[in-house]
Design a protein around this ligand. Sequence first.
Ligand code: SAM
Ligand code: SF4
Length: 476
Amino acid sequence: MEKRLYIETVGCQMNMLDSELVVATLRKQGYVLTNSPDDADTLLFNTCSVREQAENKTYSHLGVLRDMKKQNPEKIIGVMGCMAQNHQHKIFTRAPYVDLIVGPGQLHQIPSMIQKIQDGEGKQIEVSLGRKDGSRAEITRSHESFDPLRDPEMRPTPFQAYVRIQIGCDKFCTYCIVPSVRGPEQGRSPEDILRESRHLAEHGTVEITLVGQTVNSYKATDSSGRLWRLADLLAELQEIPGLERIKFVTNYPKDMTRDLLEAVRDLSKVSPYLHVPLQSGSDEVLKRMKRGYTVADYRAMMDRIREIVPGYAVSSDFIVGFCGETEEEFQKTVELVEECRFKNSFIFKYSEREGTRGADLFIDDIPHHVKQQRNNDLLAIQNRISLEDNQKLIGDTVQVLVEGPSKTALKSAETPESPHATQLIGRTHCDRIVVFDGNPRQIGKILPVVVYDCHAHTLFGEVVTQECGPELFALG
Ligand code: SAM
Ligand code: SF4
């Protein structure tokens, strides 16, 4: 009998990839996806623990299901991902109607856990070891990478895919929960990454995004004992027929080495878009965050990028209102944003996380309204810079990978399958969002688009047409 699965995903690219793979695995067991929790037999929540707000949201979503579970006790409700690893049994206490808790290092167990619940074995929990719960080898083993064979039908855009190249993190920035919930840093075997990427390309994927918490720190040995770094992987991926674009996120400033930047410059498929979070423009704050670099190091990295990679775009993350951040320290961040001219920045208000070094060592002493003000101020400056830099692109032709109908088109009566002209959305090689009128048949193709207008985070363009006999046709 057909079983219905509802899944909700919050958080980073790693979570989106995990959800795709869990869905693919459960589909093989006869599940079909539903958009309605009421319709579902199994409901899974893939969660994030990076900020408290994300966890609170998950609890409030779970709260809504209390009555549903009372009326339909056979429905299975599961919490997976970082909050499952972080809160473990606490979730059963706060939401006693939850049946299943599974950490990000145990996702392969989901089908058997569901089976056990259906067989009447009661609630199930599978989590990995904490960072102090054993030897490094034991802890590492308990955080398993979940990378079953991919099926393009599982993705909303089958021509784009995330590929995991690294799990966990060993940087231990003082504010960050990730090393606790995702475990030790482990580079995935290069042979597995290349096999998966070839498989994806053979099944129509044109763009892959390599994901890892500090993706440019990647290192792993292959079966012959050769050490591979990110630049080696990129060189090999460049050779895969069918792949057109290769991106990688998220980068650690100290590991943005000259040889990696030269690979980005020399390999045509590798996107010159680099997401390298700075977090703060103050050396004192960076030290308290234990980021492992200074502002001078970051400046030197920006100089290397400017020197080596033509047409680059750099984006960043910032935390405002970190413990003890003075107005002066915040102003240093403002200055760095003005100086670096990021394509865009993700700005977060500091959220204290129990279990991190920051929570033990420092007091979360910046009032909420100050964090909010700094967030607004920095965002306004970043938006002005993004707009100014986008305006410089007006009149240029950019190569756009068409992702699908724009939000406006989706809201209008036209369906994505409609053969008629519609508003489409796509991204440039530098990850800039472009909106233009086109045809749904163009989805998944790379097209030249001339830019005629822009907002801070969107370019507006028109597909470049080329004369061919008496007709005009769109390239690509
Ligand atoms: N590994 C990536 C890195 O090193 O930049 C990012 C990991 S984290 C999931 C994404 C972003 O969340 C971070 O870059 C940081 O700006 C933000 N973040 C992490 N912990 C936070 C916290 N406790 N409060 C607010 N923002 C936080
Ligand atoms: Fe968190 Fe720092 Fe690791 Fe990024 S590098 S995941 S911010 S500990």
